[in-house]
Structures are given as C-alpha cells and as structure tokens.
Design a protein around this ligand. Structure first.
Ligand SMILES: *Cc1c(COP(=O)(O)O)cnc(C)c1O
Length: 237
C-alpha cells in the first residue's frame, strides 16, 4: 500500500472513531512515527500530508531531520515530536529541533530542558508521561504524582506542559487497553477541575497502531502511529 492509501485508510478510521464518540476528527492530531523507516519514506509521508512527525531516538531521527531541514524551501514544514524516553544529558539533541516532547517524567529532566532552552533561547511543549497501568516496566509518573509535579515545574518557564501521555500495555485485543486510556482522561479532567482556567493540561497523547481507535473514543487528541500509517522496514523493500 502506498503512503497515500495508508493515510486515507487511517483518516477514515479516525473519522469513524471520532464520530462514534461524538467528537470532531479535526481535534485529533495524527503523529506519523517514522522511527522504523528511511529518510525517503519519511519525506514521502511529509509530502503526502503527514506533517507531524514522531521519532524516539535522535540517532535515528538525525538523517531525516537534517535532510528535511536542508530542503526547507521545497518541503512542507514539519512539526517534530520526540516520543522516546530522554536522558538528561541528551536534551541538547532535542531542544531547538523538536516542538514537542511526549515523555517528561521527572524533575531533573525538566531542569535540564530549561537550562538548554535558556541557552538556545527556545522553549519546548511537553506531555507529562503517566504510568496509568502501574506496570513496573512502564515509565512515567504515578497518577497521584502528577499534580505536585505540575506545581514544581512552573518555575521552568521554557518547559511548557500541555497535556498527559501514556503507553498502554501491549494487548492483543485493543479493547483491553480502554481502562488505561479512560484513566488518563479522568486524570486530565480532574486536573482541569482542580486547576481551573489556569491549568495548562488539556491534551492527551495516547493510542498507537493497534489501539488508536479505542484511544480516540476515550478522548485522545494526539495519536502516535508508526506501523499502520508510515509502515516498517518490511514495507520499504
Ligand atoms: C514506536 C512508538 C509508537 C508507534 O508505534 P506503532 O505501534 O508502530 O504505531 C508510538 N509511541 C511511542 C512512544 C513509540 O515508541
């Protein structure tokens, strides 16, 4: 299937899931995760209309970022999302290049981001990663830690929290992920209720190839799609 066909199919599924839950598909951002594919496939996706691009390692993103940056004038302007976990000593790879970070999960990282952003006169929009499922292997704050964390990072003016992110456990049945996504939405709603108009936490980054429709039904505003939209190495051969 071509990227155009895959994008069309994804758009139809996003529309249908939005409709089922009484939402507008236009409020759902589709982030195309290009970590499995080459620079040429990434550029093809961008040209096909996937303008929000997600990568989880700078090493893997770099050739694509460099190419697209060098061909700025001919290509649509991408919005870059860093979706992987980030070590504090790697913030220099991300700040100034990526518009969004989906994995803010500790104070030391917020502090490192702030320092680097000051140095570069930049800022970065962040999703706070939450471990809703409670699995040991999953990164992220515990739900009850999120509110104090938002208070603590207020002093980092260049780190702009905009929402919450979670990874569901890998389930064969997408339906089994629903409680995790519902849990993240409930946490967001609670923060909004407590924080009122000042609460910056509005967006929900949740849902991947195998469960994005359930995530949309539960309120996702950013879905992160690799396999189903951009494809994998196998699709490139
Ligand atoms: C790889 C990755 C995705 C996309 O995964 P698919 O299942 O291929 O859609 C989404 N989010 C994160 C954090 C990832 O690392």
């Amino acid at each position: 299937m071509s990227i155009q066909d895959r994008l069309q199919a994804v758009r139809e599924r996003v529309e249908a899931a939005a409709k089922r839950s009484g939402r507008a598909a236009s409020e759902i951002h589709v982030v195309g995760v290009t970590k499995y594919v080459s620079t040429s496939s990434t550029v093809a996706a961008l040209q096909a209309g996937v303008v929000e691009l997600g990568e989880n390692r700078w090493q893997v993103a770099k050739p694509k970022w460099d190419y697209i940056h060098e061909h700025k004038l001919e290509l649509p302007e991408p919005i870059w999302h860093f979706i992987g976990s980030l070590q504090s000593n790697k913030v220099k790879d991300v700040v100034g290049r990526f518009d969004y970070l989906h994995s803010l999960d500790r104070l030391s990282l917020a502090e490192a981001l702030q320092k680097q952003a000051e140095k570069m006169d930049a800022s970065i929009k962040c999703f706070i990663q939450v471990n809703v499922s409670g699995e040991q292997s999953k990164q992220g704050l515990k739900p009850e830690e999120v509110r104090p964390f938002i208070e603590e990072i207020k002093r980092f003016d260049r780190v702009q929290p905009i929402g919450l992110m979670t990874m569901a456990p890998f389930e064969l049945e997408a339906e089994q992920t629903r409680p995790v996504f519902a849990g993240l939405r409930q946490l967001r709603d609670q923060l909004l209720q407590e924080g009122g108009a000042d609460c910056p936490i509005r967006e929900l980054s949740m849902g991947m190839s195998n469960d994005f429709e359930v995530a949309i039904e539960e309120g996702a505003t950013y879905i992160r799609l690799g396999t189903v939209l951009i494809g994998t190495e196998e699709d490139e051969q």
